[in-house]
Ligand binder design. Structure first.
Ligand SMILES: *Cc1c(COP(=O)(O)O)cnc(C)c1O
Length: 408
């Protein structure tokens, strides 16, 4: 008899972006003219920079000639890219990561979603609340989350982030095995300072906890007190896996390329054995993954050239200016705005603690602006909405003008 993975049946429908789209669509039908602005979806809009485009064109040409043709690449990724990462993302920050500790992938969603393959079903998992849903759902699929009880999972440990704790998760009071941290944070746009991250690393070292550190928004950090990598913190190589992505850094959401770092020092004691997670992940990837495309990897490597670096910085700065512009406009209206300084997201408290879906409806009807209701990211997201900074400048100027006219 065929059996399915019952854990999938426990998953609630993924309603957040579908509900947003259907509400927007219904409202669009009522309008004479479609002037709805979306500040909701976390996708980039600026085109790829010319350094990346040129590198990808030349990679396509390589594939066109038998002398330079490439088929399957190394499963862990091409050495030219892994070395560029070690030399540019880590060495200048005083972090010694070798190319062998880096695994190139098709993006951080796959990696953060797949990493659970190497964990046992009995691991106790903690997530921040609100949270990037991939961590939660992928653990639910593996049977580690328990049952869904309306707004949370019975077997996950939630670390609430709210105004009172400065949106910084407290160390859990219960025993956990694994914790997912995403900094700069999606959806809150908040960061951890060096000291705050040190506290987590020390806690993990003292309690044998594995930290899954998602640094997909690292490129948006400008504050010198905010670490770009968890490996800037002493001892972290023994306890942390780091996820990176070129999606938000360089507009690779459609190209697809990212990477995971699993330090050689990262060992887990399991049933009396000292297991090296790097070797386990290599085994997992070489069985289930055949590598990111040569074209994507060539494009990613171009980000580390002088020209590429400058062009990528310009785009990031463009988005950061959008965030600053919108933040200023919202604050002028008297709204409380968090994040947006080292991240492309603004986390905005709804006026008078209005439920986030009600404020979503209000903004849609009164200003024709789409946001993302915070409740969609977890119970502590209630009372907040998320705005993204990934649109065009004109969009933000228009949005700010409309928001100013609102009566809140
Ligand atoms: C966008 C995003 C990613 C990156 O996903 P890709 O699969 O690399 O496009 C990873 N983590 C978070 C929290 C994100 O918001």
């Amino acid at each position: 008899m065929i059996q399915i993975n019952d854990n999938y049946l426990k998953l609630p429908g993924s309603y957040l972006f579908a509900s947003i789209a259907s509400k927007a669509e219904a409202f669009r039908k009522e309008l004479d003219k479609d002037d709805i602005i979306s500040l909701g979806i976390g996708d980039v809009t600026r085109p790829l920079c010319s350094a990346v485009i040129d590198a990808m064109h030349s990679a396509v040409d390589d594939l066109s000639r038998s002398e330079t043709f490439r088929g399957y690449g190394p499963e862990q990724g091409y050495a030219f890219l892994r070395q560029a990462i070690a030399d540019n993302d880590y060495a200048p920050r005083g972090v010694k990561i070798s190319a062998d500790e880096i695994f190139i992938s098709d993006g951080a969603k796959s990696d953060t979603g797949n990493i659970g393959d190497i964990l046992g079903a009995g691991c106790k998992v903690a997530v921040t609340d609100p949270v990037y849903p991939v961590y939660v759902d992928s653990n639910a699929m593996a049977g580690r989350a328990g049952d869904y009880e309306g707004s949370s999972w019975s077997n996950l440990v939630y670390l609430p982030c709210h105004e009172e704790n400065g949106f910084v998760p407290q160390l859990p009071s219960e025993i956990i095995d694994v914790v997912y941290l995403c900094y700069p944070n999606n959806p809150m746009g908040t960061v951890l300072t060096r000291k705050q991250l040190e506290k987590w690393v020390n806690y993990a070292l003292d309690n044998d906890i594995l930290i899954m550190y998602d640094a997909a928004y690292e490129a948006f950090i400008t504050d010198p007190d905010v670490p770009h990598s968890i490996y800037e913190i002493e001892g972290s190589k023994k306890v942390a896996i780091e996820f990176r992505s070129y999606s938000k850094t360089a507009g690779f959401t459609g190209v697809r390329c990212g990477f995971v770092v699993i330090p050689d020092e990262l060992r887990i004691k399991s049933k009396g054995r000292d297991v090296r997670l790097n070797a386990l992940w290599k085994r997992r990837q070489s069985t289930k993954f055949n590598g990111a495309s040569y074209i994507s990897q060539k494009g990613a490597a171009a980000i580390y050239t002088e020209e590429g670096r400058r062009q990528v910085r310009e785009t990031i700065s463009y988005y950061k200016q959008n965030a600053a512009y919108l933040k200023h406009a919202l604050e002028e209206m008297g709204l409380k705005v968090f994040g947006g300084e080292n991240a492309p997201y603004l986390w905005v408290a709804t006026p008078g603690g209005m439920p986030s879906w009600d404020f979503f409806d209000f903004l849609l009807r009164q200003a024709h602006i789409i946001c993302t209701p915070g409740a969609g990211f977890g119970p502590s997201g209630e009372g907040f909405i998320r705005f993204t900074a990934f649109g065009s400048r004109e969009t933000y100027i228009e949005a700010a003008g409309r928001l100013k006219k609102l009566n809140i």
